[in-house]
Design a binder for this molecule. Structure first.
Ligand code: ANZ
Ligand code: ZN
Length: 889
């Protein structure tokens, strides 16, 4: 028997070299086999891969290898989401060029990914920062523009007055720039927008056609798109000395609460507020103050409710004598609905908070079932539940739904001026996608601005980024480049200016999956036939953090590409989506609060439980005479298990793990223990367990190889019970692993491999080697091969070594998945009680779908029944299907 240790460090590179040499994972576009496209979200080249990458890419690789074995032509590509801020930050800090930094990172991360043994087609590698990629993106921008899918409009941005730059909402922290700490201002800039809102209805509806997406992602997208049905209501401004008549239009989803209205509120930048501010310096000051608040909805939601009475009054739509005050308020957004609301404090929390600050009162108009309207009052908590209308004149007694309907009906038929006062309207929360960024390291927007001709498409693509830029001052290097932006207008020849904004990096990742189908096409972003062949992606895998923006943008892009002839009839990019959990780890802190990396900590089991000690700082030394060891005191606190992060230092470096244990161990560990959608807890003991299992499999396959029949031997006619048992175990495992991988239940597939290994070890143990018959040897051969094939998608290097050890020619990576014999595996057994003359005498275990004759024969053969019959003749056997068997004598 073979007892040598499996040496991953030597073995793994050998097989990777062989896969490379034989082009095993090169995917040909021209192929008759059915296609399967598996894609993991491509990484940002930050410098090093982390355990999250290891988990994500291992899952994708298991699917790719499995589908290949199942006879599919598999596309499994990899690339780099290579534009973005960190490269510019690095450039500022290290005086390096963003391109140099990015490509160096790509090189080292590529080496790391390669060391994982991923079955990727590297010939299709793309980097979004490469002009050969972004040139096509510029082409599509111009195509979208021509098709009316791009807009140029004024929009508010967060402006950092110190860094001279626009900040994303996430970069505004407590109203200040994340880098400079300066108070952020809101500025109006003219920016480019993709008209994603044109597709709002379709993007929402089509979520129903994505059954292989997680329910929660579809829900998050639906909420983000945020469709609501409501009513536009125009309120007449009551003329007063110095105030001209006019109107305020609001959008409401609760017209039923109109009789609970206490005020009108305008967004601070609403035109009416701006108009009034001209004559009211205090109002102007209030508006200016509001502009320091971030533009994000979250910033608006969390800020303390503040307002300013504009002095205007409007008439209630159902009562001309009822006047409501008009405020400018910081919680009303200009770019939603009409930028104005009516406030109903009793039934909306924001309105109530506001009203409580300004003493505007509240009047409940919806009363919950079973509550006495006379005693129903609201103080600090608005009531937004179901109920019946009260204090609402002609609406009293109606349900919310019918009151909404009644108000809509009446206002639609009540004129104000020459139009009806109310109009039903569907609104979406989804805003157009502003893609302009005042940054260097992004895809240049291919536009030239001419004073006379306006924005003109750049005549030649790519518009390349200039290389000679400086990062020693804040602001956009493209803008201050001495020559780059100065060009002649392509239309009239007059001096003109290049657009110096670049595209949001989300644009780059919105179509890369399509580019992978033909990354060699220089003439166009995609090739019609290949898009049709490969898309949609059959299985997309990535983090839940991309559940909204990235996936929505990719879905929009697919529609826009369809409209401009780039993807044929394709509508949805990702047929299947899986969002994997994170890799988490315990945290460690010294007594003085410093975080420690797991490699600096030793865990000990003590009578009082697990304790952590700082390595190299150990207080459990031997004393000078060599007595000891004696534990003095633990000096490290074990903290909660959290997502691996640099700030808490609880990361484990994939390189170190692969160096120490090999890639297969790392892959095996991230797949075991937890269901893939949940977090997996990284522990040293867990990794060691996986490493031990690698050795165990190697020994087991060695033993089986010694016992097994040669790989071309035919099956003997009859199989003994032990041989049959081995066969059954092997076929059962194959079927289950198949189902588990098919359903992405990798942890269960791992458990099946453990189970089969146990059964085969037991089978070996149960056999006296002298007695091994040909049937058992043949069964061992089959079982050993099945075992290796079952773990091959998960531990591909070990599998190759085992495959060779079993004397098989060729690569297991190219071996076909065997067809299991389901008849061998009476998995689906049921237990039927068997009675004799109505008295239970035994239990029968039999296949659920067994025929009646088989059930009768098996029932009569039971010991208990034979005894009960006492030799009497059977008159009749009654079988109640799936329930009971009664033998009548
Ligand atoms: C009166 C009212 C009474 C409202 C009530 C709610 C509850 P969704 O569902 O998101 O569409 N609203 C409208 N425009 C707004 C804006 N620009 N900024 C802030 N809030 C705005 O929400 C629609 C509701 O949000 C509208 O219905 C409006 O307040 C508010 F008991 O009108 B409601
Ligand atoms: Zn011109």
């Amino acid at each position: 028997m073979d007892c040598e240790r499996y040496n991953a460090r030597e073995t793994e590179p050998k097989w990777r070299a062989l896969w490379d040499e034989s082009g095993t994972f090169r995917t040909l576009n021209e192929e008759s086999r059915p296609k399967y496209y598996v894609l993991e979200m491509f990484p940002y080249p930050s410098g090093r891969i982390h355990m999250g990458h290891v988990r994500n890419y291992t899952m994708g690789d298991v699917i790719a290898r499995f589908k290949r074995a199942r006879g599919f032509n598999v596309l499994h590509p990899m690339g780099w989401d290579a534009f973005g801020m960190p490269a510019e930050n690095a450039a500022m800090q290290n005086k390096s060029h963003p391109a140099a930094w990015t490509y160096a990172n790509i090189a080292s991360m590529k080496a790391q990914l390669k060391s994982m043994g991923l079955s990727l087609d590297w010939s299709r590698e793309i980097a979004t920062c490469d002009p050969s990629y972004y040139k096509h993106q510029q082409r599509m921008f111009l195509d979208f523009l021509a098709a009316g899918l791009v807009d140029r409009k004024q929009s508010k941005v967060n402006w950092d007055p110190v860094d001279h730059t626009v900040l994303a909402n996430e970069q505004v922290i407590d109203g200040r720039g994340w880098r400079s700490g300066a108070l952020v201002e809101q500025r109006e800039l003219t920016q480019w927008f993709f008209k994603i809102s044109d597709f709002a209805e379709d993007l929402l509806r089509a979520l129903d056609d994505l059954p292989r997406w997680p329910e929660k992602v579809r829900l998050m997208q639906a909420n983000w798109i945020g469709r609501s049905e409501g009513l536009l209501v125009r309120f007449e401004i009551a003329p007063a000395p110095s105030i001209e008549a006019g109107e305020v239009e609001v959008y409401t989803t609760r017209p039923d609460t109109l009789f609970g209205a206490k005020f009108i509120a305008l967004a601070p930048d609403h035109p009416i507020a701006a108009e009034r501010a001209k004559a009211d310096p205090a109002l102007a000051a209030f508006i200016a103050e509001c502009q320091h608040l971030g533009t994000s909805e979250a910033a608006v939601e969390t800020a303390e409710k503040r307002g300013y009475d504009t002095g205007l009054r409007v008439r209630h739509p159902f009562d001309p004598d009822w006047l409501l005050p008009v405020y400018a308020a910081n919680f009303v957004l200009m770019d939603y609905g009409t930028g104005a609301i009516f406030g109903c404090p009793a039934h909306d929390q924001r309105d109530l908070d506001f009203s409580n600050v300004y003493g505007l009162g509240n009047a409940p108009v919806v009363c919950p079932q079973g509550v006495d309207p006379a005693s129903f009052t609201i103080t600090d908590a608005a009531y937004d539940g179901e109920g019946v209308l009260i204090n609402s004149r002609f609406l009293d007694g109606l349900t919310i739904e019918s009151a909404k309907e009644e108000v809509a009906r009446r206002l639609e038929t009540t004129p104000l001026g020459n139009r009806p006062q109310g109009k039903r309207q569907v609104n979406f929360r989804l805003r157009d996608w502003g893609i302009s960024r005042q940054r260097y390291w992004g895809c240049p927007i291919p536009i030239i601005h001419c004073e006379a001709c306006g924005p003109v498409p750049a005549p030649e693509l790519p518009v390349e980024l200039p290389k000679d830029v400086t990062f020693d001052e804040p602001g956009n290097p493209l803008d201050r480049h001495p020559t780059w932006k100065h060009v002649a207008c392509p239309c009239c020849g007059a001096p003109a200016r290049r657009e110096t904004d670049t595209m949001d990096t989300f644009v780059d990742s919105s179509w890369y999956f399509a580019r992978f189908t033909d990354p060699w096409n220089e003439a166009a972003p995609t090739s019609a036939g290949l898009v049709e062949r490969w898309l949609p992606v059959d299985q997309y895998i990535g983090g839940i953090e991309h559940a909204i923006l990235h996936l929505l943008y990719a879905r929009f892009f697919t529609r826009a590409m369809q409209a401009t002839g780039h993807v044929g009839a394709l509508k949805e990019p990702f047929a299947g989506l899986f969002t994997q959990g994170m890799v988490v780890h315990e945290t460690y802190r010294t007594k003085d609060g410093a975080w420690l990396n797991p490699s600096e900590v030793e865990i000990k089991q003590t009578p009082e439980g697990r304790k952590a000690f700082r390595l190299g700082h150990s207080r459990l030394g031997h004393d000078r005479l060599g007595h000891g060891p004696e534990m003095v005191e633990e000096d490290v606190d074990i903290g909660p298990i959290e997502k691996m992060s640099k700030s808490k230092r609880n990361t484990v470096d994939p390189d170190e793990i692969i160096e120490t244990y090999g890639a297969d161990t790392a892959r095996w560990f991230v797949l075991s223990d937890s269901p893939p959608e949940r977090d997996v807890i990284w522990t040293e003991e867990g990794v060691q367990g996986s490493a031990k299992f690698v050795q165990r499999l190697w020994r087991l396959v060695g033993e089986l190889a010694d016992l097994a029949a040669p790989n071309d031997e035919v099956w003997p006619e009859d199989l003994s019970e032990p041989a049959l048992k081995i066969r059954k175990a092997a076929h059962a495992a194959l079927i289950k692993v198949e189902e588990d991988i098919e359903r992405l239940r990798f942890n269960r597939a791992v458990a099946q491999v453990h189970d089969l290994a146990n059964k085969l070890s037991a089978a070996i143990g149960a056999i006296e080697s002298a007695e091994i018959g040909a049937d058992i040897r043949r069964a061992f051969r089959e079982a050993a091969e099945f075992l290796v094939l079952c773990f091959a998608p998960m531990m591909p290097h070990l599998a190759e070594e085992c495959w060779a050890r079993l004397g098989n020619a060729g690569l297991v990576a190219e071996a076909a998945w065997p067809t299991a014999d389901r008849a061998l595996v009476v998995e689906d057994a049921i237990t039927l009680p068997v009675q004799v003359n109505g008295k239970k005498r035994g239990d029968l275990v039999i296949a659920r779908d067994a025929k009646n004759e088989a059930i009768e024969a098996a029932a009569l053969a039971l010991d208990g029944i034979q005894r009960a019959l006492e030799g009497r003749a059977v008159k009749k056997i009654i079988i109640v299907p799936q329930r009971i068997v009664n033998v009548v004598v």
